[in-house]
Design a protein around this ligand. Structure first.
Ligand code: LLP
Length: 445
């Protein structure tokens, strides 16, 4: 690999520089940008497969029972992703009727779907029952009542988990913390609320409680809180044994982090998987329980590194003591810097290996001062027409993209062995008005 080595752990695993041009998945990114336009998102399938394999190997090595890797669709979801997740044998975490629809219409096996969410509408629950999702993850007591009514009306027994808020804090951005006692997600462990709701479910003839779930947050780099969550859930399961509850499945959530910039250390999954596995085994031993099926729910750590965003440089602007490299995307396709203060790096994809000599900011075209993708980065001198590649763009970009300023959401390509397949078309101008309905004559007067 020529001159991309500093970025080795943030670029996709197939990244290489050839004659100063960045190649991924055997494809020349400069040629792809010329052919498909920018902003353009590319996904390196080899990197996604590698990420799955690392989870599989770690679980195989450290967890003595059965296990499952469940992809959190919210990280990036479309028909091709559903096909991939299905083929790879992954489970699927969906949180809305929309994500469920995308999965099932693509042929994802419903039995492997877990339906999460802290406020599922009756229509969504009904849809879940209709397609036969494998697990409904109950979030609170009123939802237990609603699902029970729907299941009773269908004369069915629905297999469920209960989501618990274990009251465990983690070090990450406040907006992506979900396991504290005061979170909006799940039933609190405190004051025996989780016990009470679990007992309520266990009494229901229409609900079959087989698992407990907690999710602490996202972009986590410490395994211990997640291991602790597994223990806490097992303690709860032990306390429910007198009601005949058997913990068949345990899900301590997802949330493992990834580095976004070369300054951040790699975050291998093995120590995390090992810690969670060990905590599960030890806690079960302590209670004399059989070990459950361990379900991990990664989103970001499966797809973030596989994705690269490509932007065309329009102008370079000197403003007071700053230099802005102006690109043709930003806030609308990647709200993460504005929302979470997320940091990114970039490569000039058509001049890989040129020495970085200038400190610049990289900003998009949208009407927000917060539309600055990178506040400060050293790059080679950048000229209009250059192509900027932003690594680690695979998770929570396209799935959070907007049409702000009537931006057209970018195309996405699937790169494999030198071939590029369009998996999402760029939105057209017509798409922008597809939902619009003109007022009848006279109404505007
Ligand atoms: N399971 C549950 C119940 C979740 O809520 C989430 C993410 C995951 C699994 C997957 O988490 P991951 O492994 O991807 O961290 N938009 C934010 C991230 C929000 C994550 C929401 N829940 C961001 O861009 O950082």
């Amino acid at each position: 690999m020529s001159n991309t080595s500093r970025l080795h752990h943030v670029l996709p695993i197939t990244a290489t520089g050839v004659d100063g041009r960045l190649y991924i998945g055997g494809c020349d990114l400069v040629a792809l940008a010329d052919r498909f336009g920018t902003p353009l998102y590319v996904y390196d399938v080899a990197t996604m497969n590698d990420a799955v394999s690392r989870y599989e190997a770690a679980l195989e090595a450290h967890y003595p029972g059965s296990w499952e890797i469940t992809y959190a669709a919210k990280a990036f979801w479309c028909t091709a992703m559903a096909q991939w997740a299905s083929t790879r044998g992954l489970g699927l975490d969906v949180v809305s009727g929309g994500e469920l629809f995308i999965g099932t219409q693509a042929g994802f096996p419903p039995q492997r779907i877990h339906f999460h969410g802290n406020n599922k509408a009756d229509a969504e629950l009904a849809m879940a029952l209709e397609v036969g999702v494998g697990r409904v993850v109950l979030d609170h007591e009123a939802e237990v009542d609603r699902l029970e009514r729907l299941a009773a009306a269908r004369g069915e027994e629905v297999t469920v988990w209960l989501r618990v808020a274990p009251g465990i804090d983690v070090h990450t951005h406040d907006y992506v913390v979900t396991g504290r006692a005061d979170t909006k997600f799940g039933v609190p462990l405190a004051e025996d609320t989780a016990m009470r709701v679990a007992r309520r479910i266990l009494r229901s003839p229409h609900l079959r409680l087989v698992g407990l779930h907690a999710h602490l947050g996202s972009q986590l780099f410490e395994a211990m809180p997640v291991a602790r969550a597994a223990q806490v859930l097992i303690d709860l399961a032990a306390a429910l044994r007198d009601l005949g509850f058997v913990l068949h499945e345990l899900s301590p959530g997802g949330g493992w982090g990834v580095p976004y910039t070369p300054e951040m250390s790699p975050a291998p999954v093995e120590p995390y998987v090992a810690a969670v596995s060990q905590a599960t085994v030890v806690a079960c031993q302590r209670h004399g329980m059989e070990i459950p099926r361990l379900v991990l729910e990664p989103g970001r750590s499966l797809v973030a590194r596989a994705g690269v965003a490509l932007y065309r440089v329009g102008g370079v602007k000197h403003q007071s003591d700053r230099t802005f490299v102006l690109i043709d995307g930003g806030l609308a396709d990647n709200p993460r810097p504005a929302l979470y203060g997320a940091k990114y790096t970039a490569v000039v994809a058509n001049r890989v290996g040129d020495p970085a000599t200038e400190v610049v900011a990289v900003a998009g075209p949208y009407c927000e001062s917060g539309d600055v993708l990178i506040q400060e980065i050293s790059l080679p001198p950048v000229r209009p027409g250059d192509l900027l590649a932003v690594p680690v763009s695979g998770a929570y970009h396209l799935s959070m993209a907007s049409n702000y300023n009537a931006a057209r959401r970018p195309a996405a390509l699937w790169l494999v062995d030198g071939d590029a397949h369009v998996i999402q078309e760029r939105e057209s101008l017509e798409d922008l008005i597809r939902r619009d309905r003109p007022l009848p004559d006279g109404v505007t007067r």
